[in-house]
Design a protein around this ligand. Structure first.
Ligand code: PMP
Ligand code: GLN
Length: 383
């Protein structure tokens, strides 16, 4: 018997589609964002030790106390803030679940949430699944700057939430402290909540700084902030992250969390708790990824791409109009993958209504030899 779809316009996520196409055609996969190098051997040992030690039953619902304490200690060191591990931190099955749970916690049917496009592909469907309405504001290349007056103009009596992603996937842009002040002013004036996806907090380049909502007192009071150990520890397959929010918000968040997943993978939480306690394991990531960014860039430029500045995340946006101006970005990404053996992600899929841009996204969280091999394959494009 057919059911009425909650997401009639949603197909399979572009990351699955492009990774499958890359595998099918033996392409170098610079599409879906994940490292192709191993994570830290110490982290793997810690996982093994935890499993061997018998931590194989349910973890506490909100997350292992030792992991929540390690997260609170990290936030204190990073931002000089005090976060209550007991009442304000929840360990989740990746940032995706944290985002979905926060959205389900806040939005009722008929509510509106403001999204800044390009926006990560899980946001709008998570809003729609609640019977709520995503209100999209399109930002354009090359700088994807936010006109906060436009954001405020999109607020209606139904608006409950503004979502931000800083640093942004896929635009790679990074908010200034003035951006956060403008956001806070709007949120306060209209009594809105904020959902800040900060999974790329440690990947900010060229000496810029990440400005977290957690370090902004007005935003801290009305935000859910989400994080992913998959990004920070090069282990996307572990699917562990966390959400930080004031106690009253966290209490409601956990009501949903407990029936969505109940608790998160126990041995991995033990392993991460030990690993996180050592700041050297999460500091220095910007330099690590900036080197990779700078390794891929010349190959893309030599192939005929015009590169946009990559300020953060582990992605590089590239304008391909000098190579195949006749193709839209979805067709170009398919062509590049099938004909030239390098997979990328078309940027228009992150928009409700994409501006006239010819952009694809390349992931540079790859070994040096992978980036070099991709560059070599692309050189034939240069005419
Ligand atoms: N938000 C953004 C912006 C992302 O790029 C990703 C993908 N890594 C996620 C959330 C999801 O993170 P996770 O894999 O921890 O669910
Ligand atoms: N966040 C990753 C990206 O942007 C993909 C994660 C996923 O495949 N769900 O490429």
């Amino acid at each position: 018997m057919p059911i009425q779809s909650k997401l009639p316009e949603v197909g399979t996520t572009i990351f699955t589609v492009m990774s499958a196409l890359a595998n099918e055609h033996g392409a170098i996969n610079l599409s879906q964002g994940f490292p192709d190098y191993p994570c830290d051997a110490g982290l793997l040992d810690a996982l093994n030790r935890a499993a061997q030690a018998g931590y194989n039953q349910y973890a506490p619902m909100a997350g292992l106390p030792a992991l929540r304490a390690a997260i609170a200690a990290k936030l204190a060191l990073q931002h000089g803030i005090s976060v209550d591990a007991e009442t304000e931190i929840t360990v989740t099955a990746g940032a995706t679940q944290a985002l979905f749970t926060a959205i389900a916690t806040v939005l009722h049917a008929g509510d509106e949430a403001i999204l800044l496009d390009p926006s990560y592909d899980s946001y709008a469907p998570s809003i729609l699944a609640q019977g709520a309405k995503p209100v999209h504001i399109a930002l354009s290349a090359p700088d994807f700057a936010v006109d906060w007056a436009l954001v405020e103009a999109a607020v209606t009596p139904h608006t409950r939430l503004i979502l931000i992603n800083n640093p942004n996937n896929p635009s790679t842009s990074v908010f200034s402290s003035a951006d956060l002040d403008a956001l806070a002013a709007i949120a306060e004036r209209h009594d809105l909540l904020v959902l800040a996806d900060e999974v790329y907090e440690h990947l900010v380049f060229d000496g810029q700084q990440h400005h977290s909502v957690l370090a902004h007192p007005a935003l801290r009071a009305r935000s859910f902030a989400t994080y992913s150990f998959g990004k920070t520890f090069h282990a996307t397959g572990w699917k562990i992250g966390y959400c930080v929010a004031p106690a009253a918000l966290t209490s409601e968040f956990r009501k949903i969390h407990q029936f969505l997943v109940f608790a998160v993978n126990s041995p991995a939480q033990h392993a991460i708790a030990a690993h996180l306690a050592e700041p050297a394991h999460w500091q220095g990531l910007s330099a690590f990824f900036q080197r990779k960014r700078d390794l891929l860039a010349p190959g893309l430029q030599a192939a005929g791409f015009t590169l946009l500045p990559s300020a953060g995340t582990y992605f590089q946006l590239a304008d391909y109009s000098a190579i195949r101006d006749d193709l839209d970005d979805v067709a170009f990404a398919r062509w590049l993958c099938i004909e030239h053996g390098v997979a990328s992600i078309p940027v228009s899929v992150f928009y409700r209504q994409a501006p006239a841009q010819k952009l694809v996204r390349f992931c540079f969280a790859k070994q040096e030899q992978t980036l070099q091999a991709a560059s070599e394959r692309l050189q034939v494009l240069h005419s």
